[in-house]
Design a protein around this ligand. Structure first.
Ligand SMILES: Cc1cc2nc3c(=O)[nH]c(=O)nc-3n(C[C@H](O)[C@H](O)[C@H](O)COP(=O)(O)O)c2cc1C
Length: 356
């Protein structure tokens, strides 16, 4: 067994980031990372969409794009795991290097461009997992994208919904990655309305009677008009939630990392304020009637708590794992439980939107 945090993490940090990521996935898939044995804290249990989440801390999309290690990540203590983004056909993504650490900033820049094995391979993995865990496993969502050269973007997302609706606990329509040209234009009112209508129909056809929640993941770089439009769409279109947010193409002026000017999406600590402000705004605009998942720059229990108080029913993280490794999950849960207790909340749900 490898104690990833103490032994392997400093070594992994010496490797190019993509190599380190591949090695980490191999270690997880090979059962080399010790699962966490701990009793779930009842204060952190939370129910949403008729499902029980053992805790509200999830692994964000992009870490396990091909669904190779969802159960290993759940065993590390995440309350839920999102696999993907997956496109209909396998694709290589952008040329390397395309993933950069900004250690001084606790940040990452990526321009991977949806490198993934495609729907058939990933759906087969989820189907195999489903046979093994048969309803007893943890919550795994599937995040879907479109191929870079897709002639019909909507058809690509439809294929994702059709493939994953019977296999995933929730579905995420990723129209906010900055690394696929034209993708974020699907966030405009007309485009997103038409897209959602088709995807809700595809979901109904693929999984009648057991339709998983369908969420839309949005960018932190939207105009005021786009933010208003998306809030309206979230309220009226029949989707089940929003994920706020994806990476940003903006660069705060105080970034110190040498790679700060690499093109791509910035994540980690410098994204926290921007994504949390958008989260609070979407909560306000939707009057708390649309479940929100808050993601962007979470690296502590206080960060997770701030997202929850700003309106998140659940939260996710990725970049902080690059720097802190698996022990971070336990720490965030302990800190969050202590903050909830300090402020007299008996559950996560009670604290959702408390700041607004
Ligand atoms: C290397 C990397 C790859 C990512 N790939 C995806 C992806 O495929 N689909 C997606 O919706 N988000 C992707 N994301 C965005 C994350 O899911 C998350 O929204 C973002 O990183 C902000 O969270 P964080 O600050 O905790 O990392 C990726 C992020 C990183 C760092």
């Amino acid at each position: 067994m490898v104690d990833l945090a103490r032994l392997a993490l400093p070594l992994l940090r010496l490797l190019p980031p993509e190599t380190a990521h591949d090695l980490t996935l191999r270690a997880l898939a090979g059962g080399l990372v010790r699962p966490v044995v701990e009793a779930p804290d009842p204060l952190l249990r939370t129910a949403l969409w008729g499902r029980d989440f053992p805790n509200p801390i999830g692994l964000a999309a992009g870490f396990d794009k091909n669904a190779k290690v969802p159960d290993a990540m759940l065993a590390l203590g995440f309350g839920f795991v999102e696999i993907g983004s997956v496109t209909p056909l396998p694709q290589e993504g952008n040329p390397q290097p395309r993933l950069f650490r900004l250690a001084e900033d606790g940040a990452v820049i990526n321009r991977l461009g949806f490198n993934n094995e495609g729907l058939a391979a990933v759906a087969a993995r989820l189907a195999a997992r489903r046979r093994v865990v048969a309803g007893t496993g943890g919550i795994v969502g599937a995040n879907i994208g479109k191929n870079r050269d897709a002639p019909d973007a909507v058809a690509d997302y439809e294929a994702g919904v059709t493939a994953f609706a019977p296999l995933a606990d929730y579905l995420v329509v990723n129209i906010s990655s900055p690394n696929t040209p034209g993708l974020r234009e699907l966030q405009r009112r007309r485009e997103v309305t038409a897209l959602i209508e088709r995807l809700l129909a595809a979901r109904r056809a693929a999984s009648p009677g057991r339709e998983p929640p369908l969420l839309v993941k949005i960018a932190p770089d939207l105009s005021e008009e786009e933010r208003g439009d998306l809030a309206d769409v979230a309220l009226t279109s029949g989707i089940d939630g929003l994920i706020v947010s994806n990476t940003t193409v903006t660069r705060p002026p105080d970034l110190r990392g040498g790679h700060a000017h690499e093109p791509g999406g910035l994540s980690g600590k410098p994204l926290f304020a921007l994504s949390t402000a958008l989260l609070a705004e979407m909560y306000r605009r939707t009057q708390g009637r649309v479940p929100l998942i808050g993601v962007g720059g979470i690296a502590s229990g206080a960060d997770a708590y701030a997202k929850i108080r700003a309106g998140a029913s659940l939260v996710q993280l990725y970049s902080a794992m690059v720097y802190d490794g698996p022990p971070l999950i336990r720490r965030i849960k302990d800190e969050l439980a202590a903050l909830l207790a300090r402020d007299g909340f008996a559950s996560v749900g009670e604290a959702v939107g408390a700041d607004l």
